[in-house]
Design a protein around this ligand. Sequence first.
Ligand SMILES: [Zn+2]
Length: 405
Amino acid sequence: MSRNTDHWERRFLRITQDRIRDERALAREITRMHQRSLQNISKELERFFERYAKNDNITLAKARQMLSRADQQSWSMSLREFRQKAKEGGHSQHLNREYYRSRVSRLQQLETQINKELFELASGEERLLKKHLTGVIDETFHRSAYEVERGTGVATNFAKLDTRAINSILNTSFHRSNFSQRVWGNKTRVLSKRLKDTLSTGLSQGHSVNKMSKALSDEMGIARNRAVTLLQTESAQIASQATLKAFEETGVEEFMLSAKLEVNTCKRCWELDGKVFKVKKAKIGTNASPLHPNCRCTEIPYYPDMQRNRRARDPISGEMKNIGNITYRQWRVQLDKQHGTGRIDTEIKKHQNRVSDKKQHRELRNLLGRGVVPRTFADFQELKYLQPDEWERLKQQARGARVGR
Ligand SMILES: [Zn+2]
């Protein structure tokens, strides 16, 4: 077998890297979609308040009463109806009729509009995900199969994936539902209910439009994060399936799990790094990626004579280095030897605490001024974790400043 082992692993890793790069762009698009929906819903809410101010037929108190009696189920039900109506092509007509029917309460109008927004949001998200996942299957399968042939020098005449095969991967259920059911579930069951609860609470407690808008915005933020996690997880699961299918088609019998050589790789993944499994025994979530949300592990075709030729960035110096045929665990031992025991653990801590540290950095700079607190965040973390005396002094100064206020 004339396999070029030099670039073997790296070529498969690149397939994963490219996918993750695409997902970053999609996450931005998902964010925009959620922001647009939020804007529209907020506008509806404002309009709702305006109408009450102008029309005394129904008072706000009466609306609150109606709302507290409203059936908790009705929202998700009507969103489901919307979807059905849209499929039949009559959803805008239905909406207009609902909207203008005088007997329909204004509150129901608001609910109907929000349902329409959520319907559009879920439809858009489903379309986006379907397009991306279809591309992931096609690209991952064909690139993996091509790399196996190129690396082994053996042409296998693997069968290209047709639409049916792609759809069969696309619609596979993980944990009893597929991507489409999850998208709709998140919007109909979760977000719809949470928005309704937010409005109910706001109206019954007499919150201002601004306060309610802020609460809606928070809910939409949570929904956005959930949507991005869904994208990443579904995408990784589907890529893993396509990879394993390519291995089957090209006669690869065993694969090795390769974890990303970065300090923030989780322990579960780095303990599996370099472990070899039979393709037939592959089980996504157990010995194949993703092992958890946001997992960046990759399956590499394994041959007993293969030598890993890995590259990794030194987390302290930032330098890219050839580290050869070692596992993640061995890399960690190497780094500890090189930089001193505990130094890498500190890097991990820096990474894990970066969100709260950023907040702390801002607060301290506001409290003590720029001359006292390091200007850059990197320097601030350096001081906090690696210069204990300086850090202690800074904390004392902060305490003094707070008392003095
Ligand atoms: Zn992983």
